[in-house]
Design a protein around this ligand. Structure first.
Ligand SMILES: Nc1ncnc2c1ncn2[C@@H]1O[C@H](COP(=O)(O)OP(=O)(O)O)[C@@H](O)[C@H]1O
Ligand SMILES: [Mg+2]
Ligand SMILES: [Zn+2]
Length: 368
């Protein structure tokens, strides 16, 4: 099987890490000045670049070109061609140790780390320990790690990556530099996917990419994995293919349906649902998507400033359409409808007639 997209397109330089500009800037400056710290916490949702950036840090401290060529070191990027860089990329460097705290809560690993960290690195650079899912470490493991963090050997860097910062003990967090990784915007993900699709000769239409990016909810890795899966269909991938495979509905369709409701067109709304059903759409997921959609319509109506925030997960056109839809109905109607949908959603999850609660909600709210 071909190499997974998310591995093949892992950022090779700090410049490739998208959407984390502040982190990139700080790390690059530290690298330029030769002042990379010894303890870092990378915190944020999955698939936003924590592991990638930790490996970049490992390359920055171990790159042979950086260590021997001061002019090059001033650029603050790894060379990606020296043996050290290549070994780290291939994940077979003796000096970069990745520990998955989720697999066995890390007690043996931290014990090993404590012994292993004392010995000098094989290459003469630094040893870099990347502890993934760090929030899963047990109390005993934290205690063991704390001693090391208090006085790390000069040749060691420790990176703790986590999705749950609150679960790290304060004794640990106070000894490390914290970097927050943010979800990527839908637009940034679409752009990266489009570049990869082009390079891989995957033919895919823009709305299909947009739905993949929306489903990924800010995680580049999730988006890349989904694209991988869908690309195996071959041919030109259209929105309908993504809808069929994921059971999700593109935002354009949800907007279309929302417009029918807000115009209080009951016959057309019911017809729309029956077509959705026939096409094998998932009414539970559809209702959920609709709830999220109308929530944004309502919020935008009440506070147009929110558009800037919503544009992280919507394209500009999509945000505009939402705003326009908000003008059709009044706030009371939107609230009543949202309530009816939430009720329908909780009913349909246990109902053998999944689509019915949604239809009933439509009838009730549009007839009253
Ligand atoms: N900020 C980003 N910029 C570009 N690609 C990214 C970014 N974050 C994640 N990716 C993509 O997702 C893959 C997994 O990222 P990773 O760094 O392992 O995420 P995390 O550790 O935060 O879960 C990468 O190989 C890359 O293809
Ligand atoms: Mg990771
Ligand atoms: Zn190098």
């Amino acid at each position: 099987m071909a190499q997974a997209l998310y591995r093949k397109y892992r950022p090779k330089k700090l410049e490739d890490v998208l959407g984390q500009e502040t982190n990139v800037q700080i790390l690059k400056n530290a690298a330029k000045a030769g002042r990379i710290g010894q303890a870092y916490i990378f915190y944020g949702p999955r698939g936003t670049g924590k592991t990638s950036t930790a490996r970049l840090l490992a390359k920055l401290v171990n790159c042979e070109k950086r260590r021997t060529d001061p002019k090059f070191a001033e650029l603050g990027e790894p060379c990606n061609v020296c043996a050290a860089c290549r070994e780290i990329d291939a994940q077979n460097s003796f000096d970069v140790i990745e520990i998955d705290a989720a697999s066995n809560r890390g007690i043996d690993e931290i014990r090993n780390l404590k012994e292993n960290i004392r010995t000098a690195p094989a290459s003469g650079g630094s040893k870099v320990y990347i502890i993934d899912e760090a929030h899963m470490l047990t109390g005993a493991a934290w205690n063991a790690l704390l001693k090391t963090l208090e006085e790390p050997p000069k040749h060691a860097v420790i990176v703790l990556a986590t999705t749950e910062y609150e679960k790290l003990p304060p004794t640990i967090t106070s000894r490390a530099q914290r970097f927050i990784f943010k979800k990527l915007t839908k637009e940034a993900i679409v752009k990266k996917l489009a570049t990869e699709a082009k390079a891989e000769k995957i033919k895919i239409e823009e709305p299909a990419l947009e739905l993949i990016a929306a489903i990924a909810e800010g995680s580049v890795r999730d988006a890349e994995s989904l694209l991988d899966q869908i690309a195996s269909l071959g041919g030109t991938i259209a929105l309908a293919d993504v809808e069929r495979i994921t059971g999700r509905t593109g935002l354009a369709k949800i907007a279309e349906f929302a417009a029918l409701i807000l115009k209080k067109d009951l016959p057309a709304s019911l017809a729309y649902l029956s077509v959705l059903n026939e096409e094998g759409g998932n009414p539970v997921q559809f209702t959920k998507d609709l709830i999220h959609y109308l929530r944004k319509v309502l919020s935008l109506k009440l506070n147009p400033e929110l558009k800037k925030i919503f544009e992280r997960e919507l394209t500009r056109d999509e945000a505009e359409i939402m705003q326009e839809l908000g003008k059709i109905a009044d706030v009371a109607f939107l609230v009543a409808f949202e309530k009816a949908l939430i009720r329908a959603y909780s009913e349909m999850r246990y109902s053998p007639f999944a689509a019915t609660p949604l239809e009933i909600a439509l009838v009730e709210i549009l007839k009253s």
